[in-house]
Design a protein around this ligand. Structure first.
Ligand code: NDP
Length: 577
């Protein structure tokens, strides 16, 4: 039986996950399989800790009263001067004004470090109670100040080598022992393993992975029917052999590699090159289901590759969403931003093959409509769908740097969820209205078309202005063009906008996006619900995404977020939700 160092009931010091702070804890039990101790903090929080994150009480130097890290005034002081880059970094201000007592503390800490101990007083990291009295669960109880959060808020596309150099410079500046990063990683893993999982946890992730590809094919098959009413469900299924053609897979692969080449070429913002004009686009319509299957197979293969390489990735490159569970991590992505050299796989897939593929498929459908319906020109409905969605994609590519602050890049790993979403779901489902129009023509009147155009523009203005306002504010909070906007100060040093678009609802960009989604479906008329699938699905996606973002922001900003919610009570739809 493996030996254990601490006995049940023993009072010791346990490290707070993600920080170098040690608090008094009681050992509740020990799991001999995982070698983890179940410990209880004084406020009632129960966590699992590794033995290396637990120290006997006697190994901590008794501190003078008034200088303890639990003093609220001291906490606040260190928090406001804090920086986010390195969890163990000392407050900048305190480095500059190094007082005699501080230097003495420092010497003391170095001595302590030699004994493989960490000194609480020297870390700027603090725990902040969000709500007054001790609440029930850990996630509601505390919000960790910025240093403790290992969720970065901005992703850098710098080459890893440069990042490592920067980190090394950072570490040299650290005055506290070099052993800390190793310790930090171990407890990060312990912390992620015990956290709540999103998307229904492991069973949810498993079902989504099984269900989504099947659902995609059912939708496409439904749409191919002459009468795509829900009453005609299930649609006739094709023979399995008809779904696969190696040549189609080869064309798909070529498409992906060409996109990668374009991504690597330094051709600035002009990207939608029309190299594909010479390709027989109608071929894609004829083999649409086969292309969808090729994309599914490719996305699955990519997910397997991503998971396999992530097993060797260093702990500090794992996604904050990863859990340690193989199924869940395969789904959500274990590695945060996997790269081959300087080629960032997630960033590339998020923007290029899927989005540009969507535009190409729409064009294919436009040509297919003319051919199938013997038209000299595309229908007004098809032109609207194509131009609305082209505008959306061009806007996304033009403002591509905005991607660097999204949840996809900074929180979720790169696994099945994003690989399937980017490479299959976006091109094959977002082009659904155009696909529908090929075999279900809808003649639009000009007054109706004008109304739809007005709706699309209204959605676009809300979407673009809201996103640009926040991005400009995040880039430069003192931007004179934003001086008229009101803000709420938060303990992380970042402020929240409470007027302008972000004072209207808490996610005005989602509102604009949903209005646009409706405008994309309306040109298909009202005969069937199928072309409205996108609006329904997108509403569910954004409501769920809003809840996830809200959860992260509440953790990040604590009371300031509560205040924001009071000032701006509606999430997406004013006076409704
Ligand atoms: P958002 O652009 O909505 O960003 C959310 C973040 O903004 C928060 O985490 C917070 O981050 C910051 N924030 C929130 N409130 C405020 C405030 N009041 N003042 C300042 N900052 C604030 O994130 P998404 O990635 O979800 O969406 C980006 C765009 O992509 C949206 O327009 C969305 O509609 C679109 N989208 C489209 C999808 C599609 O399939 N077509 C799918 C998903 C999204 P912090 O404070 O750390 O900066």
């Amino acid at each position: 039986m493996p030996s254990r160092k601490f006995a049940d009931g023993e009072v010791v010091r346990g490290r707070w996950p993600g920080s170098s702070l040690y608090y008094e804890v009681e050992i509740l039990s020990h799991d001999s399989n995982s070698q983890l101790y179940n410990v209880k903090y004084k406020d009632g929080t129960e966590l699992e800790l590794k033995e290396s994150d637990i120290k006997p009480l006697t190994s901590f130097r008794q501190r003078k009263s008034g200088s303890t890290s639990s003093s609220p005034s001291r906490r606040r002081g260190s928090r406001s001067r804090s920086r986010s880059r390195s969890p163990g970094r000392l407050p900048k201000g305190s480095r500059r004004s190094a007082s005699a007592s501080y230097q003495a503390d420092l010497k003391e800490a170095r001595k302590e470090a030699k004994k493989d101990m960490l000194e609480v007083k020297l870390t700027p990291l603090v725990l902040v109670r969000v709500f007054g009295s001790p609440p029930a669960s850990h996630s509601e109880k505390f919000h960790l100040s910025q240093e403790s959060s290992y969720i970065p808020t901005q992703y850098s596309l710098r080459a890893r080598r440069e990042e490592i150099k920067l980190k090394e410079v950072d570490l040299k500046e650290e005055t506290v022992v070099t052993k800390r990063p190793a310790l930090l990683r171990t407890s990060e893993v312990t912390a992620t393993q015990s956290k709540d999982l999103e998307f229904g946890g492991v069973p949810g992730a498993f079902l989504i992975m099984l269900g989504l590809p099947a659902f995609l094919f059912l939708l496409l098959l439904m749409c191919k029917q002459k009468e795509p009413s829900l009453l005609n469900f299930p649609p006739p299924l094709p023979a399995l052999g008809d779904l696969w053609e190696t040549r189609v897979f080869g064309v798909y692969l070529l498409w992906f590699l060409l996109q990668a080449l374009f991504h690597l070429l330094p051709i600035g913002k002009v990207r939608l090159s029309c190299f594909f004009w010479n390709v027989e686009l109608y071929y894609v319509y004829h083999h649409f289901l086969q292309f969808a299957l090729a994309a599914v197979v490719f996305a699955m293969g990519l997910s397997v590759y991503l998971y396999a390489r992530a097993l060797k990735a260093p702990q500090d490159e794992l996604s904050p969403a990863s859990s340690g569970n193989a199924i869940y991590d395969f789904f959500i992505g274990r590695e945060l931003n996997p790269r081959i050299g300087t080629f960032d796989l997630k960033y590339f897939c998020e923007l290029r093959p899927g989005l540009i593929g969507w535009v190409v498929i729409n064009l294919v459908m436009l040509l297919a409509e003319m051919k199938e319906q013997n038209r000299a020109a595309p229908s007004l409905a098809m032109i609207l769908v194509n131009s609305f969605q082209l505008l959306y994609v061009v806007d996304a590519l033009w403002n591509e740097e905005a991607l660097l602050t999204t949840m996809d890049i900074i929180h979720d790993g790169f696994g099945f969820m994003l690989a399937f979403g980017d490479l299959v779901w976006v091109p094959f489902i977002y082009s659904f209205q155009a696909f529908y129009l090929v075999s279900h023509p809808n003649e639009l009147s000009w007054p109706m078309a004008s109304l739809i155009i007005a709706l699309k523009l209204c959605g676009f203005v809300i979407f673009r202005c809201a996103n640009s306002q926040k991005n400009a504010f995040r880039k430069n909070p003192t931007d004179p063009r934003l001086a008229h906007l009101k803000t709420i100060h938060t303990s992380t040093g970042k402020n929240l906008l409470v007027s302008g678009w972000w004072g209207f609802v808490r996610h005005p960009n989602y509102l604009g996006d949903l209005i646009m989604a409706l405008a994309w479906s309306l040109p298909c008329g009202f005969n069937h619900i199928l072309p409205y699938f996108y609006v329904i699905y997108f509403t569910i996606l954004l409501v769920h995404r809003e809840a996830r973002d809200e959860h992260h922001c509440r953790k990040k900003y604590g009371l300031a977020w509560e205040k924001y919610c009071q000032r701006v009570p509606y999430r997406i739809f004013p006076y409704i939700y």
